[in-house]
Design a protein around this ligand. Structure first.
Ligand SMILES: Nc1ncnc2c1ncn2[C@@H]1O[C@H](COP(=O)(O)OP(=O)(O)OP(=O)(O)O)[C@@H](O)[C@H]1O
Length: 290
């Protein structure tokens, strides 16, 4: 089961400070949405509104067309996994998982057990005695096994080592195939996680800078690679996002699409044209906006 999310002219204020400014956004059901933004951009604020942890100052948030705030039927469809403070949590991990299974109508305990096994989660330990990475794995187990129609992971990987993160990513993709839902993944590990995204939302200073399918990101730019001198001549006057050089070989990221004629010209000069990465685009767009 998957549900859609709509934000309609949503503003969130903390006293006079506007953390979100008149945001209108639709997140399609059944897709994996990547939410990226600089520190303090407003990602957690946005996600906490979708999970109905807060009420917008203005505007409204809808889940499958109904307002989510103070709407228990819609709220139980949203699982919000974030970096919880477990310092005072003396219950065992397995108790927390059992509790989650009671208030999540789509919770799959069999799947939770498989995940516990995969992450080697010591479920008989009190949660405040688990390592940081293990606490994150516990959150991930609860979020994945909830099978909530909208499952949000807000920087859920904190403290998880690379092999555990890899398991997490594989599980998202596998479970999405078997039991499609709407995932929203907020992350700073853009280059590590971008392949998971169907759609990308870049948020900056409380506004949406970009919202589009991942596959169209590459239309925003190209990389030009080849002999340093040739690359410099070819890219002169173009807007550069980034450049790297190794010996005599240089790779320059260009913002904007090259026409067919320019692409042919590059090839004729022995230059290689490749796609721009989401990470480079993100850095460029947020630098420019600031
Ligand atoms: N409870 C609060 N009271 C006052 N200001 C807040 C509160 N929560 C968030 N803010 C402010 O709102 C802005 C957005 O914060 P938010 O946590 O949504 O950013 P973020 O994109 O999730 O950042 P990060 O990547 O650093 O986690 C920041 O300027 C932050 O200081």
């Amino acid at each position: 089961m998957a549900a859609s999310v709509q934000l309609n002219h949503v503003t969130l204020k903390f006293k006079k400070f506007e953390a979100l400014k008149d945001v209108t956004l639709t997140l399609e059901a059944g897709k994996i949405h990547g939410l990226i933004g600089r520190n303090g951009a407003g990602k957690t604020s946005l996600l906490s509104l979708i999970a109905a942890f807060r009420e917008p100052t203005a505007g409204e948030v809808f889940v499958d067309g109904s307002p989510v705030f103070e709407n228990p039927e819609k709220m139980e469809q949203v699982a919000f996994v974030y970096d919880k403070d477990y310092k005072e949590e003396t219950e065992k991990a397995k108790k927390l998982i059992a509790l989650a299974s009671h208030y999540r109508p789509h919770f799959d305990m069999g799947y939770a057990e498989q995940l516990i096994e995969r992450f080697k989660l010591p479920v008989n330990k009190p949660v405040n005695k688990l390592s940081k990475g293990m606490q994150s794995a516990l959150n991930v187990v609860i979020g994945l096994a909830s099978r909530a129609p909208i499952t949000i992971f807000d920087e859920a990987y904190l403290g998880m080592d690379a092999p555990s993160r890899e398991i997490f990513y594989k599980e998202i993709l596998q479970d999405q195939e078997d039991h499609p839902r709407t995932f929203i993944l907020s992350t700073h590990l853009v280059s590590e996680m971008d392949y998971l995204f169907d759609n990308v939302v870049i948020i900056d200073q409380g506004t949406v800078l970009l919202h589009e399918p991942y596959e169209t990101i590459e239309a925003h730019g190209v990389s030009v690679t080849g002999a340093a001198q040739e690359v410099d001549i070819f890219t002169a006057g173009m807007k550069q996002l980034n450049e790297q050089q190794l010996g005599g070989t240089k790779s320059v990221m260009i913002y904007g699409n090259l026409g067919d004629a320019k692409r042919q010209e590059a090839r004729a000069q022995g230059l290689e044209i490749g796609p721009v990465s989401l990470q480079d685009l993100f850095i460029h767009l947020t630098e420019e906006a600031n």
